[in-house]
Design a protein around this ligand. Structure first.
Ligand code: PEP
Ligand code: MN
Length: 275
């Protein structure tokens, strides 16, 4: 058989049906659109528990929150590390939400695997091949963000690294790419959704928060993502965005997230999906 694409395991050519990836009791890639939300960074016990409780209340099944933050400036808040992971696990145990958090290297990966339900690989690490190999060897699902200068083929090759090293449970995340436009933080590549869904059987989620960079633009991009066929969303939300230690300007408050959940349900139903 001739191999037409450099990726094999993640290609639809070799696996025509959609993959459904379980994250605890939540499934990505089925008929349901799945929402992940929570703060950019874990900052305090109160912040994480308030967030987890709210997510459970409004039907968001997965809580996000970075305990290791790959910040552009070395002087910015770098995250709470293992203490932050323990707070996320506490929120899961109390409110029943699954937890996703980023690993930035092999050492943090060991801790993330111990405490979280899904490992996030950030845009800055999409081509960190040693980390991709390492995450290929763990037993937890992976949320693989697209690098901000990565082509779709490079992104799928990154996924192939994870799969080839033994971990088939991959969810792809489009979070905006760098273009000449400076009004938005990144340009959300909506076309990546139908293109990747045609090329690959893996679920695709959209991160409108890191694409927009500004909270007012998050909901329209989220709606567009679902309309274009995304399997889920990852949205930054903070109990008090004005006081967030990272990415406050793009974070929704709880009221805005609740409104967005109504939009998500309406758009999902309009395109034949559930929430
Ligand atoms: C994040 O999810 O907070 C994050 C750092 O995202 P990205 O890797 O897409 O920049
Ligand atoms: Mn962020």
């Amino acid at each position: 058989m001739s191999v037409r694409k450099p990726y094999r395991l993640v290609s639809r050519d070799f696996h025509p049906e959609d993959s459904v990836i379980p994250v605890g009791h939540v499934a990505f890639g089925g008929n349901k659109v799945v929402v992940i939300s929570g703060p950019c960074a874990v900052e305090s016990r109160e912040q994480v528990l308030t967030s987890g409780e709210f997510m459970a209340r409004v039907g968001v099944p997965v809580l996000r929150g970075g305990a290791y933050k790959p910040r552009t400036s070395p002087y910015s808040f770098q995250g709470m590390g293992v203490d932050g992971l323990k707070l996320l696990a506490e929120a899961r145990d109390r409110f029943g939400v699954m937890v996703v958090t980023e690993a930035v290297d092999r050492e943090s990966l060991d801790h993330v695997v111990e405490w979280a339900d899904m490992v996030q690989i950030g845009a800055r690490n999409m081509q960190n091949y040693e980390l991709l190999k390492a995450v290929g060897q763990v037993k937890k699902p992976v949320l693989l963000k697209r690098g901000f200068a990565a082509t779709i083929d490079e992104w799928l090759m990154a996924a192939e690294y994870v799969a080839a090293n033994g971990n088939p449970n991959i969810i792809l995340c489009e979070r905006g790419i760098r273009t000449y436009e400076t009004k938005t933080r990144n340009t959300l590549d909506i076309s990546a959704i139908p293109v990747v869904k045609q090329l690959s059987h893996l679920p695709v989620v959209i991160d409108p928060s890191h694409a927009a960079g500004t909270w007012q633009w998050v909901a329209p991009l989220a709606r567009a993502g679902i309309a274009a066929g995304a399997d889920g969303l990852i949205i930054e939300t903070h109990p008090n965005p004005a006081e967030a230690l990272s990415d406050g300007p793009q974070s929704l408050n709880f009221r805005h997230l609740e409104e967005l959940m109504g939009d998500v349900a309406r758009v999902a139903r309009a395109v034949g999906r559930d929430v």
